[in-house]
Design a protein around this ligand. Sequence first.
Ligand SMILES: [Zn+2]
Length: 437
Amino acid sequence: MMMKTNSGGKMSREKLEELQRKRLAKLVAYARKNSPYYRDLYSGIGERFALSDLPPTSKPEIMSNFDSVVTDRSISMKRIDEFTENIGNVGRMIDGKYLIFKTSGSTGNPAVVLYDRQNVDVQSAVAALRTFARREDLDSFLSHGKRTAGVFANYGFYLACGMSRYLQLKMPRKKTKITVDVNAPEAQIVKELNEFRPAMLSGYPSNLALLADIAELDIQPDVVITGGELLTDEIRQKLTEKFGCYVQTHYSCTEAGEIACECPEHHLHINEDWVIVEPVDKNNAPVAYGERSDKALITNLSNYIQPFIRYELTDRIIVHNEKCPCGRNTRWLEIEGRTDDILTFAGGVSIAPMSLYKILEEVKTIRRFQLIQRSECRLELRLISDEPDIAFDQAVRDLTAFFEGKGLHGIEIVRSDKAPEAHKISGKFKHIYKGNL
Ligand SMILES: [Zn+2]
């Protein structure tokens, strides 16, 4: 297979768009030929089509039609269920052909995602060649033996875990990559990281920020690359101070793979040769450059076993087409949220997590907090403070005043004696949370 992966950002726009069109046409033709679901979905569409002619797809649709979406008739959800029942199959290919991943389902039910070999190769190549924002960090990483430690959910069929297990199985003697279980006790995480001395540290920003508070954690990575959630300026700053190295992020998801990689300007450049990103409003109408979308439609151009074409992601993004000083010709994007949940109240009033986060952050006596929405009118506040009574009273006063300002009356805020904690399954920590932990 031709993989001009390292030149994605240097190609001219015309060439890039031509490549994208060719790859899309090939994927769509393959899907129509081999997937009964897509054959049906595209039945009214001619040989020549524009991307916008193709009906958008969504997780509930793709999952409920799984057996007819996949392009290999020997694969079925029943067989996937049987295969994934054995946890020893993490990182192994079913029939020696496809890797299986499951999403954590933070936005609804989990998705099952199959990767064929081409997609595995493309995702690995993009990750290896494009994730580093700065050449000098890549060089130091290589000179320190590519020692990589990821703090993730180290079990199950999650992307990070499954992919690193796959590589381990492929090269069992290489000990350059470890995954540290994000849900292990803090002392154990610290011990494993201190002993391994990674050149690259990766993990969820919220979780790395918690680890950065631990004085015993004593490592000097060349670079920290976060993923899975929004990397806020505050967390970037905090991690830079703790680890004394460059801190950056990238934007990926299980269904689309590596969507965008950061450049030295902190811009997330879309890997447009392998993924198409469309910012859209609630009705799937396009949103202009520079304006915030309600969601994104993504098309993964490298995965043929389970095509994701104009597939809906709930991420709110802003796509930019102005030239970036870094010299890459690809469009770049900003992402909103992904760290915390949006809370919804009676009458359909939605509150952005950032507003609540900022209010609680302003309560100086609070050291760490977590606000959990249990019902439309009941919130639970978990906090760590040297003066918990004073902290709680002030938090309730400030939050109540904020809610009243939004016309929300009678919201009950109860105090929990539990400490803030990460989600038990995904291991992601959220400050503002909806539902059950
Ligand atoms: Zn740039």
